[in-house]
Design a protein around this ligand. Structure first.
Ligand SMILES: Nc1ncnc2c1ncn2[C@@H]1O[C@H](COP(=O)(O)OP(=O)(O)OP(=O)(O)O)[C@@H](O)[C@H]1O
Length: 324
């Protein structure tokens, strides 16, 4: 495989359904071995874009290639694994039988197929339940099975549409670890997710979709350079101390929003909030609070950085995706 050919490349790629919804004019280039995250609210067009890339729906405009091969072509499909967002496996089949069915589609047979099926089920953590029927699987286990199917052909590019949405926090973490491992093995990952933490941990670059358009994009590191919000729960507080804190730290410290963190009585601890560039500044404020004889009950980041970014980006925008 020529390393400088992009794994995924699109130029003004659009897929508009008869009702005018879908995704439009998406231009992207994703290198081999890169992990790319698509974020966006429900109905933004993320799944439509992925379905167009994997060749499940035909583009209405623009062009795209996977490892240099036109999207939808057999050669492009040979290199991909796809975990759709909504899927149902026949309930009467066992996990192993579902995998066997997929192995058949990949022309894998005999011992090679058996080996890969066993390893695949183990890798996603359901190896011991492989002979159980799908109807006995929890939603999270079905999602793990879907992931194992997507990995069965050892694809170069993995398209994962909400890969851990049905999982509990432990399952999500395991999937994140698996994705990081796949990245280490040089796989290209395209991840659609509502879960900021998935994108933040796994992806190198990301973009935000809204109403069918890609409205913002960049490296995850750049996106995380936005200010962070930090909260301090302090006792023995007085307004004079707040002025002093501001002056000493030269930071933007204030009382936290009363509706979020109202004190219950005058003596009760109060919440302060600061907009910071990094954790070191929180350390400085901790120190100054204690130095002034206030009691520091709690000091923690208030909101996910990426979540802030996401909320800020969609704030005030009309979101047509979910509307009639
Ligand atoms: N087959 C279809 N026919 C007509 N409209 C569709 C079809 N599939 C999706 N849409 C519409 O296209 C828009 C984008 O849907 P899409 O499923 O791509 O969004 P999404 O970002 O993946 O959302 P979610 O996170 O909820 O899956 C939505 O308004 C949706 O209602």
């Amino acid at each position: 495989m020529t390393p400088d050919i992009p794994a995924i490349q699109t130029q003004d790629l659009s897929k508009l359904y008869d009702n005018g919804r879908g995704c439009r004019n998406i231009t992207l280039s994703i290198g081999q071995g890169e992990a790319f995250g698509f974020l966006g609210p429900n109905g933004a067009g993320k799944s439509t874009f992925v379905k167009t890339l994997v060749g499940l729906v035909r583009a209405s405009g623009g062009a795209g290639t996977l490892l240099g091969n036109p999207i939808g072509s057999l050669e492009a499909r040979r290199h991909i694994g796809y975990l759709p967002e909504l899927y149902r496996y026949p309930e009467w089949l066992s996990g192993e039988e579902v995998m066997k069915m997929h192995a058949g589609l990949l022309s894998l047979r005999g011992e090679e197929a058996r080996k890969r099926i066993r390893a695949g089920l183990d890798e996603v953590g359901i190896g011991k339940r492989g002979s159980d029927r799908v109807k006995q699987y929890s939603k999270g286990m079905q999602q793990r099975l879907g992931l194992a199917c997507a990995l069965l052909g050892d694809p170069q590019i993995l398209f994962l549409d909400e890969p851990s949405s049905a999982m509990d926090p432990v399952g999500r973490r395991e999937v994140r670890e698996l994705l990081l491992e796949l990245k280490k093995r040089g796989k290209t990952l395209f991840l659609n997710s509502h879960l900021m933490e998935d994108v933040e941990t796994v992806c190198d670059r990301m973009a935000l979709m809204l109403n069918g358009d890609m409205i913002r994009g960049g490296t995850v590191a750049d996106m995380l350079k936005v200010k962070i919000r930090w909260r301090f729960k302090v006792g023995g507080f007085s307004p004079v101390l707040l002025d002093w804190l501001r002056e000493e730290s030269r930071l933007n410290v204030g009382m936290a929003q009363p509706q979020d963190a109202a004190p219950t009585s005058w003596e009760a601890p109060v919440w302060l909030e600061a907009e910071l560039d990094g954790e070191e500044q929180a350390g400085l404020l901790n120190l100054l609070i204690v130095e002034q004889g206030m009691t520091l009950y709690e000091s923690a980041m208030h909101r996910e950085k990426l979540e802030d970014w996401f909320l800020e980006a969609v704030a005030g925008r009309d979101q047509r995706g979910e509307q009639r």
